[in-house]
Design a protein around this ligand. Sequence first.
Ligand code: 8X3
Length: 247
Amino acid sequence: MILITGASSGIGEACALLLAEKKIPLILIARRSDRLSLTHKKCQELGSKVYSFNLDVTKTADIISWAQKNCDLLSKCEVLINNAGLAVGLKTFDQVESHEWDQMIDVNIKGVMLFSSLLLPHFIKKDSGHIINLGSVAGHHVYPRGNVYCATKHAVHAFSQSLRADLLGKNIRVSEISPGMVETEFSEVRLQDKDKAKKVYQGLKPLSAHDVAEVIAWCLDRPKHVNIEEIILYPTMQASPTLIHRL
Ligand code: 8X3
């Protein structure tokens, strides 16, 4: 059984669909209930047993009490895909408002830590498990107006490395998947403007959410003694967050 956060859209949904095709039981977590029910239905139609929960990863107390109530279900989980994440705005730091950095820190860092902390006791008890954290090339590079988002993805990178060190000696794998440009709702959420968001991906073929999901599925499929530390993937026309070739 695999738990995916942010499962109702983008990379999270693509993972859910790809894993549902393999008939893997899923626990889907997402904030938007209408979108979540759609993903739930699609995964069921593909033949997977699905449990979905309408939860906001930033509501720590709610998530902890949900985890307590669903302890049996979570104990069956073998993989956690910490996918929920977002960028809010693209502004120089003097223009960033505190609610914007709070949201990015709460989802991108604290959300990843929270779900890791809830699943790890089960993984440790079974001496088996795999945590996949969605990093970013922004966890390796910084760029103008990336400030808080880049800082959160650097944190995900550091946390993934540290977790691997903490878990040494246990049969628990930690992998980080760090994509460059992926055409999802990412830029629309970041820029709050559909036209501007479209322009981000103009003149090149960006990665799709499915491209990233395939890489994640490949990591999961490795034999249990093989731990993929990190995969950084770019569209062929991108060499760094700021080096992009457009036609
Ligand atoms: C998103 C990639 O380059 O826009 O994680 O920061 S980038």
